[in-house]
Design a protein around this ligand. Structure first.
Ligand code: XBP
Length: 259
């Protein structure tokens, strides 16, 4: 492991718990707005998260519905619902419905202080990322990140590694000079397929998902307890920092599977 030069952030579930109270709610508002009697409740939506990408998720769901529109119409309908969903999502985010996860801001700040470059590697649409970051980091949020790769920028979404490979290429760093922060098996698989070490901060929907091949997995960046491998110096009120991440990566032999 060489010096950690780049921290690559996933968005949904990692920077913020956006899915249950953000995207899901916005999809339901979009169904209503399109005159469709469909509804995604909390639990089934968790299962749908296996399909990355909102439009892809809609297509998957339509393809298994008894009341689905004719096959030839589905793509156009999915695009229409998805565009409306993203508008509703931006409204929800602007209303303050979605906070950043605890521990995220201090780590963003530490990266800036220590000149560790940051990137965003996400499956979500750029408009959703912009809405979220504008609310929490202000209108100049893009200046915090050396690169942002979103759903529109790739041919294949996570778990394909394309989003991570693009970021490494643009930043001109090798995979072991980067660390990805992810919350879910699909994102973990994408970063690992690009050979990038991954720290998993479990999100609500993936609290018990099997995690294979992460350098560390834990409940959130705000909390030093509950991590595997365990963190030294567990102190109340202190979160996970760059030194911890670097230490996990130094023990790369501990890359293992966590139930
Ligand atoms: C999460 C996703 C996204 C969002 C919805 O991406 O799979 O599809 O659920 O966003 P990540 P869109 O964890 O990589 O941030 O509707 O814009 O696709």
């Amino acid at each position: 492991m060489t010096r950690l030069k780049v921290l690559l952030w996933d968005v949904d579930g990692t920077l913020a718990e956006t899915e249950r109270d953000g995207h899901r709610v916005a999809f339901n508002l979009a169904f209503d707005a399109c005159g469709l009697p469909w509804r995604w409740d909390e639990e089934p939506y968790g299962e749908l998260l296996r399909i990355t990408g909102g439009r892809e998720r809609l297509m998957f769901d339509m393809n298994r519905r008894a009341d689905a529109p004719a096959f030839a119409e589905r793509d156009a309908i999915a695009r229409r619902i998805h565009a409306k969903k993203n508008d509703f999502y931006a409204e929800l985010v602007r209303s303050g419905a979605i906070a950043l996860r605890a521990g995220v801001l201090p780590l963003l700040q530490q990266c800036r202080e220590r000149d560790v470059r940051m990137g965003v590697c996400t499956t979500t649409s750029r408009s959703n990322l912009d809405a979220l970051m504008r609310v929490h980091l202000g209108s100049r949020w893009l200046e915090c990140f050396a690169i942002t790769v979103c759903g529109e920028d790739v041919q294949r979404k996570k778990p394909d590694p394309e989003v991570y490979l693009q970021a490494l290429h643009a930043l001109d760093v090798g995979p072991l000079e980067a660390v990805a922060i992810e919350d879910a098996p699909g994102g973990l698989a994408a970063a690992r397929a690009a050979d990038i070490p991954v720290v998993v901060t479990r999100s609500a929907y993936f609290a018990h998902a099997p995690i294979e091949g992460a350098v560390a997995v834990g409940p959130g960046l705000h909390d030093r307890s509950g991590w595997r491998p365990a963190l030294r110096g567990v102190e109340q009120g202190e979160g996970v920092g760059l030194d911890d991440i670097q230490a996990w990566c130094a023990q790369m032999d501990s890359v293992c599977d966590y139930p």
